[in-house]
Structure formats: C-alpha cells, structure tokens
Ligand binder design. Structure first.
Ligand SMILES: Cc1cc2nc3c(=O)[nH]c(=O)nc-3n(C[C@H](O)[C@H](O)[C@H](O)COP(=O)(O)O)c2cc1C
Length: 359
C-alpha cells in the first residue's frame, strides 16, 4: 500500500495527497506578460493535483528570459493571476506562483526593454535560445552591480507581494535550472570577487537574501524554493564544489523555516538523503525521468513528502483519478509544450466512463 494518497501539509495548507503539479513554462501569456485567457482554464482543470506550482513567472523586465511568459509585477499581471487563483480555488486546488529571474538565460529580442541580459558575471552560457528572430546565440550578459543586486532582491519581494495580492497561496523561488539564482550558486557562472562570489558562503548569499526578503514579505509558510543540484541546464556547470554549496545552503534555508524545498533530483542519492536529514519541513522531490510506475518510490521510502509531476500532469488534467484507477494516460504532445493556443493546453481529454468500463 502506497503513502501517495495520504494527506500532507505545506506551510498552513493541508493537501489531500502527495502529488503536485510541477512548474511548467507554456509561453501562452499576452505580450505584456499578463497570463492569457486560457490559463485560468488550464490550471483549473488540474486542480485535483492539490498543489499547483505555476510556470516560471518573471519578477521584472530584466527577469524575463523567454517569449510570452507571464510576469507578476504590474497591475495587469495581478488581475490575470487573480483569475487563475480564483479558478484553482473554486475547483478545490491551491496555487504557488514560481518567481523566476532568468538572469543570463535571456535575449534582448525577448524582453520588453530589449536590453542586454544581466547576471552575476559577464559570462555567456554558450547556448542558443528561441527569439522572435529564430534560434539565436545567447549574448554575453552584463555583470550586476552590488546596488543592482539589492534592487533585484527587492524585485523578488515586490513580486511575492503581488502574487499574494493576486490570491496565490504562496510563491516558489526559482533557484534551479540554470537561472539567476543558480548562476550565483555556480562557480562556473559566478566569477565575482565581492561578497556575492568566491566562497560557498558568498555564492549562496544571493539565494539566502532573496529567501529572506520573500519570507519577510509574505511569511515563511507561504514561501518555497526550488533547487536543482548538479543539473547542467542553462550552461551551468556547478563544478567540483557543487554539492558543498547545497550542504551549506539547505541548513541556512532551514533557519528561515520555509514551507518547502523542491528538489529537481537527477540521481545523487547520497545528496538526497543528506538534504532529507538537513531539511526539517516539507520536501518535494521531482525525480527527472523516472518511469510512471516509480512515481511513489521516494514517498514510500520516506525520502520525499510530495512528488511533483510535470509532463504527465500537463497531458492529463485528471491525473489523480487516472492513477487511482490505474487507467491509461494521454501522451504529452511535445510539439505544443511551448506556445500556441488551446491545442495541447486545455484540450487534453479527461477519461470517460466508457473507456473505464471497456478496460
Ligand atoms: C513544458 C515544460 C516546461 C517546464 N518549465 C519549467 C519552469 O517554468 N520552471 C521549472 O522549474 N521547471 C520547468 N520544467 C521542468 C519540470 O518542472 C520538471 O522538473 C520536469 O518536467 C521533470 O519532471 P517530469 O518528468 O515529471 O516531467 C518544465 C518542464 C516541461 C516539460
């Protein structure tokens, strides 16, 4: 018997089971970053997943990396997200908005102000990204000054306040996948010589200061953070001291009593059990690439409290029902992941009685 279907808490929320929807960028916002009209329907359809972690949502013009991603820093953004939060709540779910700053993983063609992207250091990720003008090299970013680092931390705080104003139950700080926070953490992308670079303590400082600002603004019970130790996305190679920085960071975050850590896990089992021991609150583990049959393995082993699901949740609005009934799943259509209309967004069917009876 699996523990997957037992209740669990996140901050002050009591959730009905241990699945959640992993954050997924869908590139369907309006040009000004307001979530598009279909987004409320999309998230509402998936409310039975209990905790829905939104797509990466930029905290400022500088924070935008990709085209048509939503923001959470203007009145229009708040109104757009309010529709989503209302729909999710009316359908019985809970919403955490993922606060994202892409840092150097951006392109002037993709941002409202068309400026050079910013980062801890002027080091390009040496990869390409999609822009309005096709797939282009990501340019060398501009190094943030210390004053700008403080302003960026303030942007996280303001965005967190806006998320709560929009009716979200909390926010997830995006510290993963090679975006700004991980660019500070990694010695590969951070060559600073001030107190934000160099030693482990210095490279973890930005993440901790962002977390403090967000906690200060919206409360620890409404703040989670995502990390991705050893995940080489965005050209980030965390280098030899990769694991030590997380060994330092996690206990520091524990002092702030955040509602959860969300770990994108690529298989360093020793690190996962260390984080499990060092982290007193709820631990979300998204084990990338695990087969569906192993969905409850970390929960049942006591290594995770919640297992967020990405692509299967994207393709199956009624994933919880299907898994409980051991029913067949819709296959995710990768061609419609990033951008487009309702196709591959709100038109994945729920399972019907006929299919269930004919099994
Ligand atoms: C379409 C798509 C968009 C994604 N966008 C984000 C994102 O905005 N923020 C993030 O932290 N992870 C993002 N991810 C990663 C997922 O949250 C998750 O870690 C990954 O899909 C592995 O989980 P899965 O095997 O259950 O899909 C995205 C994944 C997919 C498939």
């Amino acid at each position: 018997m699996t523990n997957l279907w037992s209740t669990v808490t996140v901050g002050n929320l009591k959730l009905p089971h241990r699945l959640a929807m992993a954050p997924m960028t869908r590139n369907r916002a309006l040009f000004d970053g307001t979530p598009g009209n279909l987004s409320a329907e999309y998230y509402g359809q998936r409310a039975s997943l209990g905790l829905l972690i939104s797509e990466g949502t930029q905290i400022s013009d500088d924070g935008q990396g990709y085209l048509m991603t939503p923001g959470i820093y203007t009145d229009n953004h708040v109104e757009g997200w309010r529709k989503i939060a209302d729909k999710v709540h009316a359908s019985g779910g809970h919403l955490f908005i993922q606060l994202m700053h892409a840092g150097r993983m951006s392109h002037p063609d993709n941002t409202p102000h068309h400026r050079q992207p910013v980062a801890p250091s002027a080091i390009a990720p040496s990869i390409q990204m999609f822009t309005n003008n096709g797939k282009l090299d990501i340019p060398v970013p501009r190094e943030l000054s210390q004053a700008e680092i403080k302003e960026t931390i303030e942007d996280y705080r303001i965005a967190a306040a806006a998320a709560i104003k929009a009716g979200a139950d909390g926010v997830e700080i995006h510290g993963a996948n090679g975006y700004l926070i991980q660019q500070f953490i990694s010695e590969h992308s951070n060559h600073r010589t001030d107190e934000y670079g160099g030693s482990i303590v210095n490279r973890a400082r930005f993440a901790i200061e962002v977390a403090k600002a967000v906690v200060d603004e919206v409360g620890a019970e409404r703040t989670g953070i995502r990390i991705s130790p050893e995940v080489p996305l965005g050209g980030v190679d965390e280098g030899s001291s990769a694991l030590d920085v997380y060994r330092y960071l996690v206990p520091e975050l524990a002092k702030l009593n955040l509602a959860y850590i969300h770990m994108l896990h690529v298989g360093n089992e020793e690190l996962l059990s260390e984080i499990r021991s060092a982290w007193p609150n709820t631990l979300l583990v998204n084990r990338a690439g695990r087969p569906l049959k192993d969905i409850a393995v970390d929960i049942d082993a006591g290594l995770a409290d919640i297992t967020p699901v990405g692509a299967w949740a994207l393709a199956n609005p009624d994933l919880v029902k299907r898994l409980k009934l051991d029913a067949p799943l819709n296959e995710p259509d990768r061609a419609t992941f990033y951008g487009g209309d309702s196709r591959g967004y709100t038109d994945y069917p729920t399972i019907d009685e006929k299919t269930l009876q004919n099994r």
